[in-house]
Design a protein around this ligand. Structure first.
Ligand code: COA
Length: 407
C-alpha cells in the first residue's frame, strides 16, 4: 500500500479539535461548524478518544471513539468504544490511513479495558475488514395513524407533556432507569443535548411526552417533533411527525406512548429512523400494513476482548454446548477456542465445533444475527453437525437487540 511518508498519525491535541472537526465535516459532506455552533460541538470532542492524521500541518484524517456502555444479554453493561467521526480527505483516501488510525484507536480502547467497539456505518463495505459485524438491525418506520386503527394493549395511566425547562432533568435519568433492550447504550450528557435540543430550545414544534403509571411515576417517554409537510397546493398540506426516542419500562407503556402519537390531531404520518425490528405496536394496531418498516444495519459491533465479552453475557438453556474457535488478525490475544453453554462461556483447549472470523463472532454476539445466517454466508464453518442449531439456541435473544442511539 503506497502512502506518503510525511503523514503523521497520532492522538489529537485539544487545541486541534476544530481543525480536525473541519476535516471530518469535509469527508462526510457537511459544512464546517460556525463560531456559534462550535462551543456545543466541542463538548463532544472533550469526552472522546481521538486519533488524527497530519500532513504538513493540515489534518487529513480522523478516527475517534466515545465512551459508552452496552447492555448485553443477562444485564451486564460492557465498556464500549463508540467509534465515530471517521473520515479521510478525498485527496488522501485509499492509502491505508483509516487502517492505521483504526488499529491505534481499537488498541487504545482495548488497552483501557473496553470489551466492545460499536459504530453506525455510512457504508456497509467499510468495517468488516476491521472485525466489525452487523450485530443488530433496526427498522426505519413510517406509520399512518388514520389507517392504523386503535392501539390495543396500552398500559393504564396518563401521558403528560413536559415543559421545555423540565426536559433535561427528567429524560436522561428516566432513560437510565428503564432501558432494558440488549444493545442499548449509555448516553453521555453531550449526546443528550443533541437528542433533546429541539424540545429544550423550542426552535421547532418539538415535545417530550412522559407516560405516568397509576402511582404517578414516569415509566416511559417519547421525544418527537411536528411540522406541516409540503404539498402541491397549500390546502393539501398535512401534518407529519418525527419520533426520536420512544422508550417504555415495558411493552404496554410503549404502546401507551404510541397511542398518544397516533391520536394527535392533524398528524397524518409519523417517521422514525430507529425502531426495534420487533416493535410491538405493529401487531397492536388494527392494520399492520399502516406500519411500514425498512430494516437497516444499525449496530456494527466488534469484540475487543473476546474472553471477557463472551464471559459477561448469559446464554439460553440448551441441550449441549458448542466450542467456538476464533481467529483475530488484529488482536492475537483473542485467538483460541471458547466453550459456550447455558451456564456460561470459558476458554478451553478442545477441538472446535464452529470456526468463526472475528467479524462473524461479533455479529452473533448480541443474539441479533443467527449462526445459521452466518454459516450460510460462509462466515462460520461448522465442524460438527447440529452445532449451528445449538449455538442459535444458546445465543438467541428476544426481545430483539436494538440500540436506538445514533452517533
Ligand atoms: C471510509 C474512509 C474513512 C476510508 O479511509 P481510507 O483511508 O481510504 O481507508 P484505507 O485506505 O485504510 O482502506 C482500507 C481498505 O478498505 C477499503 N475501503 C475503505 N473505504 C472504503 C469504501 N468507502 N468503499 C470501499 N472500500 C473501502 C480500501 O479499498 C482498502 O482496501 P484494501 O485493503 O483491499 O486496499 C474514507 O473513504 C472516507 O473518509 N469516506 C467518506 C466518509 C465516510 O464515509 N466515513 C465513514 C463514516 S461511518
Amino acid at each position: 500500500m503506497l502512502r506518503a511518508v510525511t503523514v503523521d498519525v497520532r492522538p489529537t491535541r485539544p487545541e486541534e479539535f476544530r481543525a480536525v472537526h473541519e476535516t471530518i465535516a469535509a469527508a462526510l459532506m457537511f459544512p464546517p461548524p460556525t463560531d456559534a455552533e462550535w462551543p456545543t460541538r466541542e463538548e463532544g470532542w472533550r469526552s472522546s478518544d481521538t486519533i488524527s492524521a497530519w500532513e504538513g500541518g493540515r489534518c487529513v484524517g480522523h478516527a475517534g471513539a466515545f465512551r459508552f456502555d452496552t447492555l448485553v444479554p443477562g444485564g451486564a453493561r460492557l465498556d464500549t468504544a463508540g467509534v465515530t467521526r471517521i473520515g479521510v480527505l478525498p485527496s488522501h483516501t485509499r492509502r491505508g490511513l483509516l487502517t492505521e488510525m483504526m488499529r491505534e484507536l481499537l488498541a487504545a480502547a482495548r488497552g483501557r479495558g473496553a470489551s466492545l467497539a460499536s459504530l453506525r456505518a455510512s457504508e456497509a463495505v467499510i468495517y468488516r475488514r476491521f472485525g466489525f459485524g452487523v450485530a443488530a438491525e433496526a427498522a426505519g418506520v413510517v406509520v399512518r395513524p388514520r389507517e392504523a386503527g386503535p392501539v390495543a394493549g396500552a398500559a393504564p395511566g396518563r401521558v403528560r407533556l413536559l415543559r421545555a425547562d423540565e426536559v433535561m432533568d427528567v429524560v436522561p435519568p428516566l432513560y437510565d432507569r428503564i432501558r432494558r433492550r440488549v444493545g442499548t447504550l449509555s448516553r453521555p450528557e453531550f449526546l443528550w443535548r443533541g437528542v433533546l435540543r429541539d424540545a429544550v430550545e423550542q426552535q421547532k414544534a418539538a415535545f417530550v411526552a412522559v407516560h405516568e403509571g397509576r402511582a404517578g411515576d414516569p415509566d416511559g417517554y417519547v421525544a418527537y417533533d411536528l411540522a406541516w409537510r409540503p404539498a402541491a397546493h397549500p390546502i393539501r398540506e398535512r401534518g407529519g411527525g418525527n419520533v426520536y426516542d420512544l422508550i417504555g419500562a415495558d411493552d404496554a407503556v410503549e404502546l401507551a406512548l404510541w397511542r398518544h402519537l397516533l391520536e394527535i390531531d392533524l398528524v397524518h404520518e409519523w417517521s422514525v429512523r430507529e425502531r426495534p425490528v420487533d416493535d410491538p405496536v405493529r401487531f397492536a394496531v388494527a392494520n399492520a400494513r399502516a406500519y411500514e418498516a425498512t430494516p437497516w444495519d444499525e449496530q456494527w459491533v466488534r469484540l475487543l476482548d473476546v474472553e471477557r465479552a463472551l464471559g459477561s453475557r448469559t446464554y439460553a438453556p440448551a441441550h449441549g454446548r458448542v466450542v467456538v474457535e476464533v481467529h483475530d488478525p488484529v488482536f492475537p490475544a483473542n485467538d483460541g477456542a471458547f466453550a459456550v453453554e447455558a451456564a456460561g462461556a470459558a476458554r478451553v483447549e478442545d477441538e472446535p465445533d464452529l470456526v468463526a472470523t472475528i467479524d462473524g463472532l461479533s455479529a452473533a454476539y448480541l443474539g441479533g444475527t443467527s449462526w445459521r445466517e452466518l454459516a450460510a454466508a460462509g462466515r462460520v464453518e461448522a465442524r460438527r453437525s447440529g452445532a449451528i442449531e445449538v449455538a442459535d439456541v444458546l445465543f438467541a435473544q428476544r426481545p430483539a437487540p436494538f440500540s436506538g442511539t445514533f452517533f
